[in-house]
Design a protein around this ligand. Structure first.
Ligand SMILES: [Mg+2]
Length: 349
């Protein structure tokens, strides 16, 4: 479906390990004040002065986390960055540096790695993070990407999963379920392509959801918005595995319960129409689909006037005492216990 238009294939062995790193990283610029020494020594040197430092790592494995038959390498590089940066923003921190580890089998030529790094570079520019190190090595099977992201935050601004209190409002950014439905479209088109390689898929009705799958964004803007609104969430987490399991994480770590209203969950019209087409329930997808990279937070009721009417922030429920459990209130006002499925589990059904 997505053809490899780049026909030249330079074996990676032609450059050697150090030549390869130089070649892939030569365009990377240093923009963060905290980066004292970037690529080129045994290790990077960072200076955060009085700030606290957050660090997070993600590992992506071909055939487990991504499928290169519909995920162009440039998008994969971009998305791998987004998944990590999203975790930094979920701490209410500003992402500043990343290191990139890649293992590749010899079926990938240099041009493929250039594509991957082009996506990484695009994300680093858009999000203002420095690529300060990394490693490349060979793999006997597929492609493996490990990114470590570093961020900075004022000591009093850091937000954990554990601070939610009963009666706090449960708030989510953006809309949910689109990345999962985009994946369904891409997988359907992959099957069509296998049968008829000349078939040109019409993705026009699905542009938003396919983009949410192939080129998601992390909510750096929300960290700034919360600061501007003078709202410090009492707890926060990014939505990588689906709303349901993220609510459960907040509840468990904060020792509270939660009530979520089905009719408040923000859904894009394309998610609703595609769910109808696939004959699946859009609430199930919002609860259990993954990779939306939105932020889920709890805020004190006192802060409600500051967020009221903001199009980026939707109140979807509230926190309760722990012994009241975690429930969804459906449109027909039935009370259903929330369970964690996660999108991988959903895929296996
Ligand atoms: Mg996370």
């Amino acid at each position: 479906m997505i053809e490899d238009k780049n026909q030249s294939r330079t074996p990676i062995s032609e450059l050697g390990e150090f030549g390869l790193i130089d070649h892939l990283t030569k365009h990377f610029e240093v923009t963060q004040k905290s980066t004292i020494k970037s690529i080129g020594d045994d290790a990077a040197v960072l200076d955060f002065k009085s700030k606290q430092v957050v660090i997070t790592t993600d590992l992506l494995v071909e055939h487990v986390h991504f499928d290169l038959s519909y995920m162009p390498l440039k998008h994969l590089g971009y998305k791998a960055m987004i998944a990590n940066l999203s975790d930094v923003y979920a701490m209410n921190a500003n992402a500043t540096q990343v290191t990139i580890g890649i293992a590749i089998s010899n079926r990938f030529p240099l041009e493929a790695l250039e594509e991957l790094y082009a996506g990484i570079e695009t994300a680093s520019k858009i999000y203002g993070v420095d690529v300060v190190g990394g490693d490349t090595t060979s793999s006997t099977t597929g492609l493996i990407i490990s990114i470590t992201a570093v961020g900075e935050v004022n000591k009093n601004d850091v937000v954990y999963r554990s601070g939610a209190k009963p009666n706090d409002l449960l708030v989510v950014t953006g809309d949910l379920g689109a990345a999962y439905m985009g994946l369904q479209i891409l997988e359907r088109e992959k099957e069509v392509f296998k049968v008829n390689p000349n078939n040109q898929p019409d993705l026009e009705p699905y542009t938003y959801i396919v983009e949410r799958q192939l080129k998601p964004e992390a909510r750096k803007d929300i960290v700034k918005l919360l600061k501007d609104l003078k709202v410090k969430p009492t707890s926060m987490i990014d939505i990588s595995d689906g709303l349901s399991s993220e609510i459960i994480h907040l509840c468990k770590q904060s020792e509270v319960g939660a009530v979520l209203y089905e009719n408040k969950i923000p859904l894009d019209p394309q998610v609703i129409s595609t769910c109808e087409e696939f004959n699946i329930d859009s609430t199930t997808i919002a609860l259990n689909g993954g990779e939306d990279y939105e932020l889920l937070m709890t805020i004190s009721q006192e802060d409600f006037p500051k967020i009221k009417g903001n199009p980026n922030l939707t109140v979807i429920g509230y926190m309760t005492e722990k012994d009241q459990g975690m429930h969804l209130i459906t449109r027909s006002e039935a009370l259903i216990p929330l369970i964690a499925k996660g999108w991988n589990a959903l895929k296996d059904q």
